[in-house]
Design a protein around this ligand. Structure first.
Ligand SMILES: Nc1nc2c(c(=O)[nH]1)N[C@H]1C(S)=C(S)[C@@H](COP(=O)(O)O)O[C@H]1N2
Ligand SMILES: [Mo]
Length: 433
């Protein structure tokens, strides 16, 4: 059912023009008539510059048969600007990252082709017939699995985010970085991962009671290895073979990767080849030189596995432009490595007043949650913020709180509230506010 907005609906529920949730429900399909707009994404043409439709009653594509079938589909050529942005090392192009364009995707699933990437030494071209997963060390009976072996196990799937521990690290900079939300915060993506629960394989090899750690190793030329507590792996880790219904993409770990729900990206070892069961961590480069951080107290944080709750407004966001005073949809993503998102609040006055956003179903544990709010922008300067609370009661901190707690030597695990400032021309900038 669609009802027109009434003047009553446009009375603010919080400062700066945030409107009651019923506006989202009511406006439904009548967005255009109700004057309810979203800033839109990069492929949108500016209405002022849009070419006139040649023949609206009878467009050319209705005059001849369309293209034949295709074995494997690709996106429309009109969407070819929606790509990952790449930041890589010039001398070693396989070392670096690519960011998911978070401002250009909708819902909660990231298309596999836009899943962010982090490789330490490129994407290996693994022949699945020659690949093995070996589980050995403090076990009763070491085992070596072929991919075919693993495909015969009962499987489970779960929708889970993967986030690099270094995501959003530009937030530690002295000056707010001016980039699209995706190329600032896009080292996070969310997929449906399917595979074999690792507990089944660990039960099969029979873990020695003395075992406390598992060293997981990848088959890339970086020979990535990380240490993980046995308890977490027994609890909910997945040896994933599928991503969003199809076999995992090479860049995300084909033919198999470890998925460790809610924990920092680096422990989700791609191209998994070995799980060595031990009584102590390996103290590899990626858990000592990296992913370990000095605190103001002089102590170091180490093995900070869990990704704490975070939220971002993806639209309107940095680098986009408002289309004049109107009623807008504010939308964004929230997630927590500790469980479900309980609420997301939004502010249009820089955090003076807050309003609870609508959470779109499903709200799943350690998965992206989509939030939406209605906002009447009157054309005056405004500062938008979002703040997530997860089911443990943890509240996403303001930036000054995070910096006071963690000091200025931080690089990883930046999850502070993000602020977008809108000026009277409708330009949107990232600010620390
Ligand atoms: N074997 C291997 N596994 C790896 C990496 C790697 O370079 N090699 N990078 C890690 C890091 S730092 C992250 S953030 C995630 C990124 O996963 P994605 O590329 O599928 O997004 O993979 C992790 N697993
Ligand atoms: Mo990472």
């Amino acid at each position: 059912m669609t009802t027109k907005l009434s003047p009553d609906d446009l009375v603010g529920a919080a400062g700066g023009g945030l409107l009651h949730r019923r506006v989202l429900l009511k406006s439904g399909l009548a967005l255009a008539s109700a004057g309810f707009v979203s800033v839109g994404h990069a492929t949108d043409t500016d209405p002022a510059k849009a070419p006139a439709i040649e023949n609206p009653a009878s467009p050319s594509w209705m005059h001849q048969p369309g293209s034949p079938f295709s074995g494997y589909g690709v996106p429309s050529k009109f969407e070819n600007r929606i790509v990952r942005s790449i930041g890589s090392n010039r001398d070693l192009p396989g070392n670096g990252v690519s960011w998911t364009p978070l401002e250009s995707i909708e819902g909660i699933i990231t298309p596999s082709s836009l899943h962010f990437e982090r490789h330490h030494n490129g994407v290996p071209d693994i022949d699945p017939a020659q690949h093995r997963l070996v589980i050995h060390g403090l076990v009763r009976a070491p085992l070596s699995f072929t991919i075919d072996d693993l495909l015969r196990y009962p499987m489970q799937s779960q929708m889970l985010f993967v986030e690099c521990g270094g995501n959003s690290n530009a937030g530690w900079h002295e000056e707010p970085i001016q980039r699209s939300v995706g190329s600032f915060h896009g080292l996070v993506s969310c997929s449906e991962w399917a595979g074999v629960p690792l507990a089944i394989l660990l039960d099969q090899v029979g873990i020695d009671p003395k075992a406390a750690w598992v060293i997981a190793e990848g088959a890339d030329a970086a020979v990535m290895n990380v240490s993980l507590p046995v308890s977490k792996l027994m609890d909910d880790a997945i040896v994933a073979l599928y991503q969003n219904g199809e076999r995992i993409r090479p860049e995300n770990g084909y033919p198999l990767r470890l998925i460790v729900p809610g924990w920092e990206g680096v422990v989700n070892v791609k191209w998994l080849r070995r799980l060595h069961i031990t009584d102590q961590p390996v103290m590899a480069r990626n858990e000592t030189a990296k992913y370990t951080e000095l605190l103001p107290s002089g102590k170091a944080r180490m093995f900070t596995f869990v990704m704490e709750a975070k939220s971002l407004i993806t639209s309107p966001s940095s680098g986009q432009k408002m289309r004049g005073p109107d009623v807008y949809e504010i939308k964004g993503l929230a997630w927590s490595g500790r469980g479900k998102i309980k609420k997301v609040e939004v502010s249009a006055d820089g955090g003076t007043s807050w309003m609870e956003a609508a959470l779109q179903e499903p709200v799943l544990s350690r998965c992206f949650t989509r939030f939406r709010a209605a906002w009447k922008w009157n054309g005056e300067p405004a500062v938008l913020k979002s703040r997530a609370t997860d089911e443990t009661g943890y509240v996403q901190p303001e930036r000054d709180v995070l910096v006071a707690e963690r000091g200025r030597d931080g690089y990883f695990h930046y999850n502070a509230i993000v602020a977008w400032e809108i000026d009277e021309d409708g330009a949107i900038r990232h600010v620390y506010a």
